[in-house]
Structure formats: structure tokens, C-alpha cells
Design a protein around this ligand. Structure first.
Ligand code: FAD
Length: 404
């Protein structure tokens, strides 16, 4: 059996693809889909918040974006949904807008990189931008339309992954992994936190995530569980908390984000821009929800939503689309992105026999989900999934061995 530690978009995607490839899988997470994946906007945009100095990340993002249509279609089918649109999947592009000559020059440079990656981009005048998105501010001077960009609703994606896993008979154990179990040959399983497991018949007391920086989650349920799970392979996919279980260079990067609601969708596509030197984006959902994100803060395991964070988001979003201040606030949340020193993910063998990593996705874990699952399939010698093999140079970019 393979045990996946962590049921965010990374762990659940890997679990789903491995289970589909015929592997016996167990997922362990006290509160699946409650971490960064719950906060994420869901942009499938390789250039999102990425500067063009991060070309390796752009290449990973472009490769994963190309896998998303098939990934979404198969996930929708496995979860019993009528179409990928039920995952909030839309492929209507991103409009990056500029307010100044400097912004326009930066967009030009970005366009060059995107074209080099084979992504279709179109430079637009301010008037053309407003023709596409009439709610844009009159001060927008120009923009860049990335036609291939898409987006999903990550909450729907993780819910669909959980349904698909249930339909495949995969157990999702609502418990916290306290430590990895090792013997002289390497990692051989996981031990659950005190009270999360215990002998059959002993459900143990209700347990919330504990310990420094562990996520606040729902109480564990669904037990009793054994205190340990043996595993042929353990895949560590615990997001920002991965460093608590193995020596991996992952740190939490806080992001505050808000969801607004309007009777009619305000925008037809994702819109983003630089305001006061900070990136801000707006992601529309078909049901009138508009996601405004996101702050980037190095504050450790702090998930407080602050007045200052929300103020900055709204102030900057209003510069792009003045009408946002009229909308109802539906939800505000702070999530912890799993950041790495070079902003690239850690996917593949974890430096000890039996341990694999699927973590460190930082700002792009939703975008990178199909690529992550495809790499893990090949690195664990599972038959290649419908996505096929990943190019060796991309696998190497994600290799945890680069920090060995
Ligand atoms: P998480 O979703 O955090 O999941 C980790 C899981 O591990 C949690 O469910 C947790 O309960 C579990 N866990 C922790 N400790 C243990 C333990 N000891 N035992 C068992 N389980 C444990 N990405 C994009 O691609 N596009 C976007 O538009 C985007 N927008 C974002 C906006 C914000 C505000 C934030 C915060 C992030 C955004 N991201 C975006 C990044 C994306 O959310 C992350 O890269 C991605 O969710 C990481 O997924 P994960 O599964 O690794 O981590």
C-alpha cells in the first residue's frame, strides 16, 4: 500500500492518479482540503505572480496547463459530474493590464517569454481592454491577453477528487500523521498523532491539529484507526506543514484572499495588474462570485485575516475594477503557501528509500496538480497515466535531490 500524507490538491491529485493506475492507496489528513487549497483562487496561469526571471517555473506551469483539459474532463467523469464546468473550469484567458508606460514595458517583456514558451498572447490597447472587459477602470492604458490561461474553483476540484477517491474505494483517514515510521531499510509507514488512532474499538478523543504551525482543522472522524499504517511508499504532501515530518526546505507563505458576490458576473475572464507595486488579481466564477487576491506575507504559521490585508486587496482591486466596492463580501480567508528557496516544487524521491515528496508548490499548486501527479506516477514506477510521461528536464527541475 502507498500512504499519502496530506489531502490538499497535491496529495489528492497524486492519490487519484495512483489509485487509477491500480495502486492500493490510503490518504491521511485530519481535515482534507482545508489548507492552502481551500484559500487558492485557482488561476491556471503560468505567468500568474511569476516574474519572467523565473523561466523554469514558467516552463513547468505551461506543461501543466496543457494537461489541465484532460485532467479536468477525467476528474469530472470520475466524480460523476456532467462536465468540467462543474469544477469551475474555464479556459477564457487572462487579461493583464497596465496603468503606466513602465507597466506596459514590463508586459511586453512578459509577452516575449510567453511566446517563447509557445503560449498565445495578444497585446491590446486600453480601449481594446475595455471592449473585452467593460468594467475595467478608464485609466487602464493597455494590456496583454493570454488566451490559453484558464482557471478552476479549487474547492470544487478538491471536493471532486475526494468523491472520485471514494468511488475508487480509497480510504481517506481523518487523522494527523505524527511521524514517519522508519526501519533500517528506510521509510516504512506513518504513525498517527496521539488520540487520532489507537487499537480498533478505540476511537480516541476528538483531536484537532496540534503542535506548532499545524493547521486548525475539523475534529477527526471516521475512526477508529490503527495507530500506524505500514506502507511500501509514503508520499509527503502536507503542504506548508511538510517540514514537520521530514527535513524538507518548505516554509509557509501567508496569503489573504477574499470572495465577493454579485448578482451577475462582473468580469468574463481573469484580470490582473500591478497596483502600488503589488500584483492584484480578480477571478470570476460563473455564479457571480469574484475572487480578489492575494497578499504575500512571510509571517510563519499565521492564518489571521487582518484589516490591513483586506484593505490593501480592496484598495488595489478598485484601481482595476472600480465596481468591486459595491459587491457583497462572501468570504475572507488566509492560507499558507508551501514555499521553497527557489520557488520550484519538490516532486519525486525524498532522499530516503520509501519516501516521496509532492510539496513546495508555493503559488502554483493548483496549476501544477496534473504535472505533479504525472511525475509521481513515473517516479514510483506506476504505469503512465493518460497524461503520458513528463519530459526529463521538467522532472529534473522538480527533483528534491537539488537540495541534497
Ligand atoms: P495544502 O492545500 O495546504 O494541503 C496540505 C494538507 O496537509 C492539508 O489538508 C493539511 O490538513 C494536511 N496536513 C498538514 N499536516 C499534516 C499531518 N501532520 N498529517 C496529515 N495531514 C497533514 N495556486 C494556483 O495554482 N493558482 C492560484 O490561483 C493560487 N492562488 C492562491 C491564493 C492564495 C491566497 C494561496 C494561499 C495560495 C494560492 N495558490 C494558488 C497556491 C496553492 O494554493 C498551493 O500551492 C496548493 O494549494 C498547495 O497544495 P498542497 O496540497 O501542497 O497543500
Amino acid at each position: 500500500m502507498d500512504v499519502i500524507v496530506g489531502g490538499g490538491v497535491a496529495g489528492l491529485s497524486v492519490a487519484w492518479r495512483l489509485a487509477r493506475a491500480g495502486r492500493p492507496i490510503t490518504v491521511v489528513d485530519p481535515a482534507p482540503a482545508s489548507g492552502a487549497s481551500h484559500a487558492a483562487a485557482g488561476m491556471l496561469a503560468p505567468v500568474s505572480e511569476v516574474t519572467f526571471t523565473e523561466e523554469p517555473l514558467l516552463r513547468l506551469g505551461a506543461a501543466s496547463l496543457a494537461r489541465w483539459p484532460a485532467f479536468a474532463a477525467e476528474l469530472a467523469a470520475d466524480a460523476g459530474l456532467s462536465s468540467p464546468r462543474e469544477l469551475g473550469y474555464r479556459a477564457d484567458g487572462t487579461l493583464d493590464v497596465a496603468f503606466s508606460a513602465d507597466d506596459l514595458a514590463a508586459l511586453d517583456e512578459t509577452a516575449g517569454f510567453m511566446e517563447k514558451l509557445g503560449l498565445r498572447v495578444e497585446r491590446l490597447t486600453g480601449r481594446e481592454c475595455r471592449r473585452l472587459e467593460p468594467m475595467l477602470a478608464p485609466s487602464v492604458r493597455g494590456g496583454l491577453l493570454a488566451r490559453d490561461d484558464a482557471w478552476v474553483d479549487p474547492r470544487r476540484v478538491t471536493a471532486a477528487l475526494l468523491t472520485a477517491l471514494e468511488r475508487l474505494g480509497v480510504a481517506v483517514v481523518r487523522a494527523r500523521v505524527r511521524e514517519l515510521v522508519r526501519d533500517e531499510t528506510g521509510v516504512r509507514g506513518v504513525r498517527l498523532g496521539a488520540g487520532d488512532g489507537g487499537p480498533a474499538g478505540d476511537g480516541g478523543p476528538e483531536v484537532r491539529h496540534g503542535g506548532a504551525g499545524a493547521p486548525e482543522g475539523r475534529a477527526s472522524r471516521g475512526g477508529p484507526y490503527p495507530a500506524e499504517f505500514g506502507a511500501e511508499r509514503v508520499v509527503l504532501a502536507a503542504g506548508a506543514w511538510s517540514g514537520g515530518l521530514a527535513p524538507v526546505p518548505v516554509r509557509p507563505v501567508k496569503g489573504q484572499i477574499m470572495r465577493l458576490r454579485s448578482p451577475e458576473p462582473l468580469l468574463g475572464r481573469c484580470v490582473r495588474g500591478m497596483v502600488h507595486g503589488q500584483p492584484v488579481y480578480l477571478v470570476p466564477r460563473g455564479d457571480g462570485e469574484l475572487v480578489v487576491g492575494a497578499t504575500q506575507e512571510e509571517l510563519g504559521f499565521d492564518t489571521r485575516v487582518t484589516a490591513g490585508g483586506l484593505y490593501e486587496l480592496l484598495r488595489d482591486a478598485r484601481e482595476l475594477v472600480p465596481g468591486v466596492t459595491e459587491l457583497e463580501v462572501a468570504d475572507v480567508v488566509a492560507g499558507l503557501r508551501p514555499g521553497t528557496p527557489d520557488n520550484l516544487p519538490l516532486i519525486g524521491p525524498g532522499g530516503e528509500p520509501g519516501l516521496f515528496l509532492a510539496t513546495g508548490h508555493h503559488r502554483g499548486g493548483v496549476l501544477l496538480a496534473p504535472l505533479t501527479a504525472a511525475i509521481l506516477l513515473s517516479e514510483t514506477d506506476a504505469p503512465p497515466g493518460p497524461d503520458g510521461l513528463v519530459a526529463e528536464d521538467l522532472v529534473a527541475l522538480c527533483s528534491p535531490g537539488r537540495f541534497a
